[in-house]
Design a protein around this ligand. Structure first.
Ligand code: GUN
Ligand code: FE
Length: 460
């Protein structure tokens, strides 16, 4: 299969490459087998073979699909409601109830998860790291729905043997560990009949966070991850009330509790990490553990912004998360914009309060290009998806096609009314246009999406 047209990607933090009139070919497993300008010898040879070629029309471009590194699937039920409480009360008053409701009603779970899959595809999210609920069967429904939708989904059955809600808790550490192990087996079994290139879902060990997990559960999960080669996800140093809770009930910092139970691994993604500083980031970096930065959710629960620049400087792998329903938007484009906004406020405060006249000091603000990297390549690296998030030979073709203007009429598409095409020579795609899409684009611009070469969205 051949594609010809304009491609955009972010091979490194801060660089956006526009690759005009490129030729991309895919092998039968959905991996990129050729990616070069159309006028190279090899491209001309490929084109000369007469294979069917999909032309990406002028005014449209293809870029990697987004990765959402942190989303609570059952909380999609109440997305956009109930953000009036601090984290620990929010969990008790809204979250545990909503999750319990899905565990009691498989039909409702299927409806919520199906709608979530639709919204994710609409928003250009091709890979997603999901928190589910406690009950194994509900998480298997989630895995089935995502596999069916064609989304690359990492599905976490929650482990929690401590809870403020007596009806939403696992009965013992032992039961919790055996359920986690059994879910991982069943989730793997679900896709075992498919060839590896068609398997989209994978189980993830998911200790909810330190306050809901005994040390016995945490250490058992650490061992399970090692013995069964399973990914791990959790919440780390998210909110002031949560951090204080762990200090008073466990006499320790979150990061130490995870570390002593062998849960900071290269297979781990930790959400938030808002209350960490540079020495902690050095530690995460040396462990190979990744961070899901969720700026919208931080604004509600964390009381302070995440030190993103510091984490990046220490070499931590960082991507973005929506944290539905702690964040109310399923669209990673909003997470990108929020990440930029928050980082700019941090930089503003630094300038206002600093007595440091060294103009070489690090700029704490990230720009739109850096945020685009975090949403695509950064997320793929955090999830250790080989090559994904950038176009090169050997990468899985996880991509989206965005239409931003009609060259014939000179009109911008959907929300992009005032693309200034007049001043641009021959209406060629340029950085300003991509920047405008980044600021003002929405789902109306997205017309196609592929996960590992398979079409999951197609519309006019
Ligand atoms: N910490 C533990 N559980 C949750 C959750 O469901 N959402 C968020 N944002 N933080 C948590
Ligand atoms: Fe969360």
């Amino acid at each position: 299969m051949l594609f010809r047209g304009d491609f955009v990607h972010t091979p490194t933090l801060g660089t956006v490459e526009i690759l005009e009139d490129y030729l991309l070919s895919l092998d039968e497993k959905g991996f990129i087998s050729h990616f070069e300008s159309t006028n190279t010898v090899d491209s001309l040879r490929l084109l000369g073979k007469g294979s069917p070629t999909t032309e990406i029309p002028k005014g449209s471009f293809v870029m990697p699909s987004f990765c959402d590194l942190h989303l609570h699937a059952p909380q999609f039920l109440y997305q956009g409601n109930g953000l009036d409480l601090p984290l620990m009360q929010w969990l008790e008053n809204y979250t545990f109830k909503a999750e319990e409701k899905l565990d009691a009603d498989p039909m409702l779970a299927k409806r919520v998860y199906t709608q979530l899959a639709n919204r994710l595809i609409e928003a250009g999210t091709g890979s997603v790291l999901l928190f589910g609920t406690i009950k194994t069967e509900t998480n298997l429904i989630l895995a089935e729905v995502m596999q069916e939708a064609g989304i690359r989904a990492f599905v976490g059955k929650l482990s929690m043997d401590i809870s403020s809600r007596p009806t939403y808790v696992e009965v013992s550490a032992e039961a919790s560990l055996s359920a986690a192990s059994s879910f991982a087996d069943q989730c793997r079994l679900l896709v075992s009949h498919l060839p590896p290139s068609e398997r989209r879902v994978e189980p993830v060990l998911t200790p909810r966070f330190v306050p809901t997990c005994s040390d016995e559960v945490l250490s058992g999960l650490g061992e399970l991850s090692e013995s069964k080669d399973l990914r791990i996800q959790s919440h780390l140093a998210e909110a002031h009330d949560q951090v204080e809770w762990v200090r008073s009930t466990r006499g320790a910092e979150d990061i130490d509790v995870f570390d002593r139970n062998h849960l900071l691994t290269p297979r781990t993604v930790q959400a938030h990490c808002t209350f960490l500083g540079s020495p902690d980031f050095t530690r995460l970096s040396s462990k190979g553990t990744s961070i899901a930065h969720c700026p919208l959710s931080n604004a509600y629960f964390s009381a302070k912004p995440f030190p993103l620049r510091e984490a990046l400087q220490e070499g931590v792998k960082v991507g973005l998360g929506t944290d539905i329903a702690g964040g109310y938007s399923v669209d990673i484009m909003n997470a990108m914009r929020n990440a930029v906004m928050v980082s700019r406020m941090r930089e503003g405060s630094r300038i206002m309060t600093t007595t440091d006249t060294n103009t070489q000091s690090t700029n704490l603000a990230i720009d739109w290009k850096e945020s685009l990297y975090l949403a695509t390549r950064g997320g793929a690296i955090a999830l250790d998806l080989p090559g994904t998030g950038v176009f090169k030979v050997g990468s899985s073709f996880d991509a989206q096609q965005l239409r931003i203007f009609y060259p014939e009429s000179g009109k911008g598409v959907g929300p992009l009314d005032f693309l200034d095409l007049e001043t641009n020579d021959s209406k060629r795609l340029n950085h300003e246009m991509v920047e405008k899409w980044w600021c003002n684009g929405d789902t109306r611009n997205r017309i196609l999406m592929w996960v590992q070469g398979r079409v999951v969205l197609s519309r006019n």
